[in-house]
Design a protein around this ligand. Structure first.
Ligand SMILES: [Zn+2]
Length: 548
């Protein structure tokens, strides 16, 4: 029998169903509204975000090529290659897609008149400068002189006659922008160098790492009366240099390093710098360019400039005393730059890149990697800019072919053996590899028990050691002594193929003599210790330092 359900019960079930459906409908409507509002706001703020927020660097699937011009920096600070070396170098650069060279003469330019003493004793002659011009012209390479006009003027300010122009009297690095003679000296340098390069269309005025702004009395007074900051002093000096160039050489394009601008407030840069008509060269030599420059730089620069040049490094930026090129570092620097360019090219025009090759960290520091040692690194970096960046060993084989090298992978570093190349200057590369190997062997020997326990400074000082242990290391030590003599001879000959006597002497003094001295000292002690047949009783009378 069918059970009777009262009407009231039907009505209760019906009411609950209606409520449930209405609740579901409200929830769905709320969800749809939320999704719509999220998409609406995210779309409408894309234009703002792209200027302020870092764009995540993405791995590009397609072949990435640098489309701007490529320039190679020749840093000649006190170590100018013989002019004949450019007969090899310039065609090599031209064949590998280089548009020009940025030449930083520093003290190797033949200055005259009031600047006569600025030239090093091994500076080029005017005749040699003409030869460089002709070789560049023949190979269709533009020469861009780089003339420091503010900071890094050590080569000028170190001299007695220019001492009064220092911002800080004790530090001959930065020019005082308030001294009336400062602009005169800078103008004279620019004039002499530009006039020596009649085909030049671009000048780089340096102005990087200009520390100690507003320290001297004149600058402090000027800041107070003109109501400006150190940054204001900096911009005013750059403006004066620009005005001079515009008056005397109106057709020249002007470049300058960007690092001082990075810390300026946007208002200062926009109001002061952007109107100068100078193109900034954004430099960064680390392996992670994006993070090293900071996430906000590109948004800031895209608001201030229509175009920039950038600067990478193929040598001279991975250690002040490096004589072997860390090829991986420089390859990675270029890959990283390519990522940055690829991700920001829609915001800013990257007009050109300068592959810098620093010869010293500043005028006073020692030599770092020499140019012939870095030719493989330079070519590999150029290949990366041409789109061969993804394959770690990709460019190596092609570069080995260009440079006539038997062992391509050895171009990555000495741990892969000897590259056995046959390009002008490759003997220098071969000998720095030999020296590197010798240093490794010497370091290993120093770690041996025989040296640590029986040839310590105590043993040497008292001529007190066990002959058995000395015999053990004697052959290895003698081999090192012979090898360093041979390297010194071979390296001297190789260096003289490319450089003059003074650069050769400096390099040998810096990188070979200290090691040779240490090895020779151990050899002398070894001979002394082996000669000894009897030893005195301890304690030695001068063993305990006397109280004073
Ligand atoms: Zn000053």
């Amino acid at each position: 029998m069918k059970k009777h359900i009262p009407f009231v019960a039907y009505r209760k079930v019906y009411n609950w169903t209606i409520k449930y459906v209405v609740l579901l409908f409200i929830c769905a409507l709320f969800g749809l509204c939320s999704v719509y509002i999220y998409f609406f706001y995210s779309q409408s703020t894309i234009g703002e975000n792209i200027m302020d927020e870092p764009i995540p660097l993405t791995k590009q699937d397609q072949k990435v090529i640098f489309n701007g011009k490529k320039f190679v920096h020749l840093d000649l600070k006190g170590a100018p290659p013989k002019v004949t070396y450019y007969e090899y170098l310039f065609p090599l650069l031209a064949k590998n897609g280089v548009a020009g060279v940025v030449i930083e003469y520093e003290d190797t330019f033949p200055f005259k008149g009031i600047l006569h003493n600025v030239s090093a004793l091994n500076a080029y002659t005017r005749k040699e400068i003409d030869m460089i011009n002709n070789l560049a012209d023949k190979n269709r390479l533009e020469i861009v002189p780089l003339v420091q006009t503010f900071g890094h003027l050590e080569f000028v300010l170190k001299l007695e006659e220019f001492r009064e122009l220092r911002e800080v009297p004790a530090f001959p690095q930065v020019l005082c922008p308030s001294n009336t003679k400062s602009l005169h000296i800078v103008s004279e340098m620019l004039t002499q160098i530009i006039e020596a390069h009649p085909y030049t269309a671009t000048i780089h005025i340096g102005a990087d790492e200009t520390h100690y702004l507003g320290r001297c009395k004149e600058c402090i007074t000027r800041m107070k009366f003109q109501n400006i900051t150190g940054e204001g002093l900096y911009l005013k000096h750059i403006e004066n240099v620009r005005d001079f160039l515009r008056r005397k050489f109106p057709l020249l394009k002007i470049l300058m390093w960007d690092d001082m601008l990075r810390n300026f407030s946007e208002e200062e840069t926009v109001n002061g710098f952007d109107k100068l008509g100078i193109t900034p060269v954004v430099w960064q030599y680390e392996t992670d360019v994006f993070n090293a420059l900071g996430p906000s730089l590109w948004g800031q620069y895209s608001r201030q400039f229509k175009k920039v040049w950038i600067a990478s490094a193929f040598k001279g930026a991975a250690g002040v005393d490096q004589y072997i090129v860390d090829v991986s570092h420089y390859n990675q620097n270029h890959r990283s730059w390519m990522d940055v360019v690829e991700n920001y090219k829609f915001l800013l025009k990257f007009e050109a890149i300068i592959l810098t090759g620093w010869q010293r960290y500043d005028h006073f520091s020692i030599l770092c990697e020499l140019l012939p040692v870095a030719i493989p690194s330079l070519l590999m970096n150029l290949k990366i800019l041409d789109g061969d960046g993804e394959n770690r060993f990709g460019p190596t084989k092609e570069v080995a072919q260009i440079l006539n090298c038997q062992q391509p992978y050895a171009l990555m570093g000495p741990s892969f053996g000897s590259p056995q190349c046959a390009y002008p200057g490759s003997d220098i590369l071969e000998n720095v590899y030999r020296l590197h190997q010798l240093e490794e062997d010497y370091r290993e020997l120093r770690k041996s028990s025989s040296i640590k326990g029986w040839m310590s400074s105590y043993n040497i000082h008292h001529n007190f050691s066990s002959p058995g242990h000395i015999y053990n290391i004697a052959p290895h030590l003698s081999h090192l002594g012979q090898e360093i003599k041979e390297i010194e001879n071979d390296m001297s000959k190789a260096l003289l193929e490319v450089y003059d006597d003074s650069t050769k002497n400096e390099w040998i003094f810096t990188f070979i003599q200290p090691l040779k001295k240490e090895i020779n000292e151990l050899l002398r002690v070894k001979d002394e210790l082996l000669k000894r047949k009897v030893w005195p009783r301890r304690p030695f009378k001068y063993e305990v330092p006397q109280k004073t």
